[in-house]
Design a binder for this molecule. Structure first.
Ligand code: TUI
Length: 316
């Protein structure tokens, strides 16, 4: 059995978070992950307070275990969703795509553990100073909105820079990845892509099929030219069209600002994986089977333990 301070901090069995994937991570998926001993997370994404409250109440009806909510800070509804968290009190709030500082004191006063997702040492220090309980250091192997650094380079630098616990995210899809993250000094992991193909994951089957048939080089990053909204997803007609416009000499940052709007919903909900945005991480090439959340967590924790126990063989 692996030991980790995040398990004690949050009252969970395994140090595995499920990423708060927009349009995908609902109350049902979160409850399934939490029932399997990890930390399930509901994505508040660009939805309003009413949607979030319903999903939290759904999760509460399906599990007695702790679960979390992810607040996407760029959402126009971030403030009202932050307030719903204060009222509904999920065990954990994670944040993404910005600086959570303005919300942290109220969440902490409500007894919620706050765990920002960060992509640099500066953001990690800022989060620690603002009172965060832990941080998730997310490398650019991740799907969705990403920073510049890889998980391999970001995690040890964040571990050295802060005193709070660090979880690793980006490129982790099995027990080997978990063991490696612990070797870098992380005390837990967050996985998104592996849970995309969970049986309890509500994403459209066409989206799951894209992940299942993906190869190592199947993902592509859009939005790098102007920054601000750099996103990784599976290569398709959408990413090809986007990159063509992005690198057209006539294009300005303003003229492509809204190009991605609505495209994740199109892929995740409607199943249009040609013209929609199939956000997924670089580990997609390794994800080859649909399993229940329980099967995923049991399998990866077994693998992680075997790896960590076997590590002694390298030392004379
Ligand atoms: O947030 C994510 N991944 C996401 S969010 C998303 S939905 C979206 N919709 C519209 C525009 C952009 C995204 C899809 N995937 N991961 C966590 C993450 N946070 N990665 C990087 C960051 C991050 C970036 C900038 C954290 C802090 C930050 O701070 C900037 C600043 O200084 O405020």
């Amino acid at each position: 059995m692996m030991q980790s301070p995040v398990c004690e901090l949050l009252g969970i069995t395994y140090p595995v978070f499920q990423g708060g994937m927009a349009w995908i991570a609902d109350g049902r998926l979160a409850a399934a992950v939490s029932n399997a001993g990890g930390l399930g997370i509901i994505s508040a994404m660009n939805a309003n307070a009413e949607y979030l409250r319903k999903q939290i109440q759904l999760a509460k009806s399906l599990t007695d275990q702790p679960f979390g909510v992810n607040i996407m800070l760029m959402s126009p509804f971030a403030a009202e969703c932050a307030q719903v968290c204060i009222e509904e009190k999920p065990a954990v709030v994670t944040t993404g795509a910005g600086n959570a500082g303005r919300f942290i004191p109220d969440w902490k006063n409500a007894g919620i553990k706050v765990i920002p997702v960060i992509a640099s040492v500066a953001m990690a220090k800022q989060a620690e100073k603002a009172g965060a309980d832990a941080v998730i250091a997310e490398g650019q192997e991740s799907g969705g909105h990403i920073g510049e650094l890889t998980t391999m380079t970001l995690v040890p630098q964040v571990v050295d820079a802060v005193k709070i616990p660090v979880l690793a995210a980006g490129g982790i899809g099995d027990g080997r990845g978990i063991a490696a993250a612990f070797m870098l000094g992380a005390v837990g992991v967050q996985m998104g892509t592996r849970f995309l193909v969970a049986k309890e994951c509500p994403v459209h089957q066409n989206y799951k099929d894209m992940i299942l048939k993906a190869k190592d080089i199947s993902t592509q990053v859009t939005g790098r030219r102007f920054g601000g909204n750099t996103c990784r997803g599976i290569k398709n007609q959408f990413t090809r069209d986007f990159l063509k416009k992005e690198f057209d000499p006539e294009t300005t940052a303003e003229s492509i600002a809204d190009l991605g709007a609505g495209t994740l919903r199109k892929a995740a909900v409607d199943g249009d994986v040609k013209n929609g945005s199939v956000l997924a991480g670089q580990i997609s090439g390794m994800i080859s089977k649909e399993q229940t959340c329980q099967e995923i967590i049991q399998e990866i924790m077994q693998e992680a333990e075997t790896c960590l126990k076997g590590a002694e063989k390298w030392v004379k």
